[in-house]
Every structure is written in C-alpha cells, then in structure tokens.
Design a protein around this ligand. Structure first.
Ligand code: FES
Ligand SMILES: [Fe+2]
Length: 395
C-alpha cells in the first residue's frame, strides 16, 4: 500500500494553491434534464447500474467476528451480509427458501444462525440450510440445494462490496481500478460504526450531484459551515470513482519535508465510490461520515443512510457529542442539500429547460454522468471490457 498516490495528490494541491488555480475540465458538460425525471430512464439506471455493479454496502469493521451480520434492502433487493466461520465476508439474498420471508429483519448484530420467523426454517451464518421445522410432516428437503442464494461479495479497502445480481460477471478489480488500495489509506479498519441515520431525498442523481460539488459549499451552506468553506476543487479518478479535494487547507504542509506529512493529514476531502457513496472526514477529525444513496421506489425518490465511522475506543464513545454531530449533519444534508434537491427535482420535471450544466470546475460531476451514460448503454457481456478500457481521457 504505497503512500505515493497520496503524496502526488498533495503535491498537486500545494502547487495549485501556490498558483491560485484548480484543474479544469476541457469544456462545460450538458446533461439532458429528462435523465433526472424520466421513469423509463430511472428503471434502466436501477437495472444496469445498481443491479449489476458491485456496491459498497457494508464495512469490514461491522462484520468483525463470525456471526456478525447486517441486513438491508437495496433497490428492492433484501440483502444479508455476514462474517462466516471461515473468516470471510458472505452475502445472500435475505430470502427464505421455503416461501420467501426475510430470514432476518433489516438490522445489524451478531447471530449464531438465522431462524425464519414464518415457519422456523433455520440457516447457518454461511447461508446453509440447517433445519426444516417438522420435516417429518413437511416432507424431505434436499438441504444442500436449499441454502440462501449467495451474492457475489468482495472485501476491499475496509468495505464489503456486494453485487445484487447472483449471476453477475463484473470483475470487482476492473471496477475498482486500484481504488480499493487507495481507500486502505482511510483506515476504515481502525473505526467502528458509532451511529447511523437515514433520510429520504430527491432522485438519486440529484441527491448525489451535491456530494461531488464544492462549488455550492460557501453558498448553500453559508449558515451551517460558514462562508469560508472551499468552493474550488480538484478531481482525481480511478475508473468511475472520484476523489474531490480542495487546495484550501493544504497550507498545513508548507515548509515541512514530505516525509513528515502523515497519511492522516493527506486524506481529507470527499472520496466518492461509484455509483452512490460519499466519504467525508478524516482520522484527524476523529470520524468519517459515509453516505450511501439508494434509488427510491420512483424516479423522484431516494433513500440515504449516513454512517458515522469513529476512531478510538468504542467503550469511551462520547454519546452526546456524536448525537449533536449527527443531528447537525442531518440538518445540513436534509435541510440544505435535499431541501434544494427537492426544488431542483420539481423544476426539472416541468421540462422548461432541456439541459443542466456541469462547469469546467465540476469535473467530478462530468465524469459521473459520463460513466452513467456509458454503463446504461453497455450490454452485460461488454461490461468488463468497458471497465477495462475506461472512459477516454479521464482514467
Ligand atoms: S417462509 Fe421461511 S420458513 Fe416459511
Ligand atoms: Fe452540500
């Protein structure tokens, strides 16, 4: 895990700070507004993006020991992630083989096994069907063929990545394009999930656009973050994944030799994971807020989970401070970003404007939308080739 990648970005930021500049995309990029409100387009996005790419759904630190699990519903698919007795992360469709009930409700915890609450069929933490209630009268069941349906799963960078399609063929390493190793520098392995909260939002892309854009920060968040927040950002990409970083704040490195720059000092900014994750914070501030955006039931709805990953000893968690911080971040995101997002959603749906714009200073947003377009135009059998090739000029 080389820190050279962090050094290169930090050097670049310092250079940009000294020259009072940021890296700009070649042109302004236009997005058809219909792509934010057309129900057909939304359905294709769910099918071709959320249902066939690896999604960062969980954290290694919440699946620490055998039996740890997290269950959640993603794009309508009930998912169960576990840590098995083999020490590996596993993922399944959270669906009983008898008649389809969830084998555990959406939640997190530790379990020895999962006993369906409908008719008590019981599954092991690696998904095997252990017992059928009253099998003598039910009839003989081939247990070896009736375990939970496994989903493709991988663990990289302290995150658990799951693909919702059991037959998906996407190569996670092509998809990550080295980003998993970069994310190791964020040290998620040293954190614990201190808190979690969720909120409803506008169309998933309207919501997500606000996480890749510092342009709005001192304007929309003037009251909450203050008028001095960074408005300018540089973008670094690995495949479709983007880091957003502001030259502002890099003053701390001035006059210090590079070998004194710590990795922890070099990781602030926003790290996004395509198609729906934003990571903000740093070990220096003591926590990360990891936001997971999921499409809602219709084109105009989304669901966001804010995960608060904390450094330090969980036994010494300052509950009051965390509660206050979570309440503040709820108010910022729901009261400012999503309040604005709902307005955006409503006016886009009028069709009064044909296009939205992403400026030369919004390269992260440009790249995201180009990847969305490329992915939905790509057939399953060509997906790995697209990931390998990337999008011209931006990888
Ligand atoms: S649906 Fe699970 S035991 Fe019947
Ligand atoms: Fe914002």
């Amino acid at each position: 895990m080389s820190r050279e990648v962090l050094l290169e970005m930090t050097r670049r930021e310092i250079e940009n700070l000294e020259n009072q500049r940021i890296d700009l995309a070649p042109d302004i990029h236009k997005i058809p507004t219909a792509s934010y409100h057309d129900p057909g387009r939304y359905e294709v996005e769910v099918e071709r993006i959320f249902k066939r790419l690896p999604l960062a759904l969980g954290f290694s630190c919440e699946l620490k020991v055998p039996g740890d699990y997290r269950a959640m519903t993603v794009a309508g698919v009930p998912v169960l992630m576990t840590r098995g007795n083999d020490g590996e992360a596993h993922a399944f469709v959270n669906m009983c083989s008898h008649r389809g009930n969830f084998v555990v409700e959406d939640d997190a915890g530790n379990a020895k096994n999962f006993r369906c609450r409908y008719h008590a069929w019981t599954y092991g933490i690696q998904g095997d069907l252990i017992s059928v209630f009253d099998e003598k009268n039910f009839g003989e069941v081939d247990k070896a063929c009736n375990g939970l349906t496994p989903l493709p799963v991988a663990e990289r960078g302290g995150l658990i990545w799951v693909t919702l399609d059991p037959k998906a063929q996407v190569d996670i390493d092509l998809f990550l394009a080295g980003y998993g190793d970069v994310l190791d520098h964020l040290r998620f392995k040293d954190t614990y999930v201190g808190g979690r909260q969720s909120m409803e939002g506008p169309n998933w892309k309207v919501a997500y656009d606000g996480y890749r854009d510092f342009y709005h920060v001192p304007i929309l968040h003037r009251e909450s973050f203050g008028p001095d927040g960074p408005s300018q950002a540089d973008y670094y990409s690995w495949g479709p994944h983007v880091r957003v970083s502001s030259p502002k704040g890099h003053e701390i490195f001035a006059g210090r030799p590079e070998d004194e720059w710590t990795n922890d000092e070099m990781v602030p900014g926003v790290w996004t994971i395509f198609p729906n994750i934003s990571i903000a914070g740093s070990p220096v501030t003591g926590s990360y807020m990891v936001s997971q955006m999921f499409p809602g039931k219709t084109v105009g709805e989304s669901h966001t989970i804010q995960n608060f990953l904390m450094f330090g000893d969980e036994a010494e968690k300052d509950e009051d401070a965390l509660k206050q911080y979570m309440s503040f971040m709820h108010d910022v995101v729901y009261g400012e970003d999503y309040f604005t997002g709902f307005n955006v959603q409503q006016s886009l749906a009028t069709g009064a404007k044909e296009f939205s714009y992403f400026g030369r200073n919004e390269g992260g947003g440009q790249l995201f939308h180009k990847w969305v377009d490329a992915l939905i135009e790509t057939e399953d059998e060509d997906l790995n080739a697209l990931l390998e090739k990337g999008i011209a000029g931006r990888n």
